[in-house]
Design a protein around this ligand. Structure first.
Ligand code: APR
Length: 251
């Protein structure tokens, strides 16, 4: 990879947070091994048994808020890329995550879209207003808008619901020249189709994963995200600074 990229889109999945101690979904010990998606990650499941759904997300929220759960070097590398690219005003960057943890923000990422929502937010089903939450969410909790119990749900996108930020994501995919997918199995659309969209519009597509996901990318790098991501970011920034130096010398 020796091209200075002008517009970079990065998609992350559960694999980028695995080394921080957060369970992925489809590994042998994954979240979907012990829970039925239709029971706890669909609007119908919430309708049928809201207590079970609140319990599922309350457990994950408590785990995320434990002191030992921290961003790893992959999250930090992406935050560094975003920060360094501020010195290259004609380079665009967007980080899209399928994850509902807050590790990208805690590492310093700002140009970030949580397309599947956020574990530390809740939403009123009546008004659509969104509130921060750092403790358990229960049926007894009152929202600040309606001031009555039972209207609050996790601000998480369930199966069958429209992911968030799709317009901005699609615009970025159609104009990027580098698309990188980190730690995602490519099982869930629309995220699983982002590489094809980017490729269709001419981007170089790169997959960082522990193993082959069988998805079509121009390039695959296998290994732990905490290692492959920092080395990729170093490479991207080195290419950019070399081109910048060349342009400065020959202006
Ligand atoms: N480094 C790199 N990749 C890793 C690591 C690691 N340390 N650990 C796991 N992976 C990879 C796995 O090989 C797998 O391909 O991360 C991927 C995790 O896949 P999933 O568990 O399916 O998670 P994800 O792709 O994010 O799921 C997408 O599905 O259920 C929905 O809403 C949920 O956002 C989630 C979506």
């Amino acid at each position: 990879m020796n091209t200075p990229y002008k517009s970079i889109v990065v998609l992350t999945g559960a694999g980028i947070s695995a080394e921080s101690g957060i369970q992925t979904f489809r590994a042998a010990d994954g979240l979907w091994e012990n829970h039925r998606i239709e029971d706890i990650a669909t609007p119908e499941g919430f309708q049928k048994n809201p207590v079970a759904v609140h319990d599922f997300y309350n457990q994950r929220r408590r785990h995320l808020l434990q002191t030992e759960i921290k961003p790893n070097s992959a999250h930090s590398a992406l935050a560094k890329l975003e920060h360094e690219l501020e010195s290259y005003p004609d380079t665009r960057y967007l980080l899209v995550t399928q994850n509902i943890d807050n590790l990208h923000e805690r590492a310093g990422s700002k140009k970030l879209i949580h397309m599947h929502g956020e574990l530390l937010k809740m939403r009123c089903c009546v008004t659509g207003l969104i509130f921060e939450i750092q403790q358990d969410l229960t049926l007894e909790q009152c929202c600040r808008c309606c001031r009555q119990p039972g209207n609050l749900r996790p601000h998480v996108v369930w199966f069958g619901e429209m992911p968030l930020g799709m317009h901005e994501i699609e615009q970025s995919l159609m104009s990027c020249d580098l698309f990188v997918a980190i730690g995602t199995s490519g099982n869930v659309y629309p995220a699983a189709g982002f590489n094809q969209t980017a490729r269709h519009y001419g981007a170089h597509t790169l997959e960082l994963n522990l193993e082959s996901t069988g998805s079509t990318f121009d390039e695959h790098r296998y290994g732990r995200a905490s290692e492959t991501t920092p080395s990729l970011i170093t490479e991207i920034l080195r290419n950019l600074s070399q081109i910048q130096a060349f342009n400065d010398n020959y202006r």
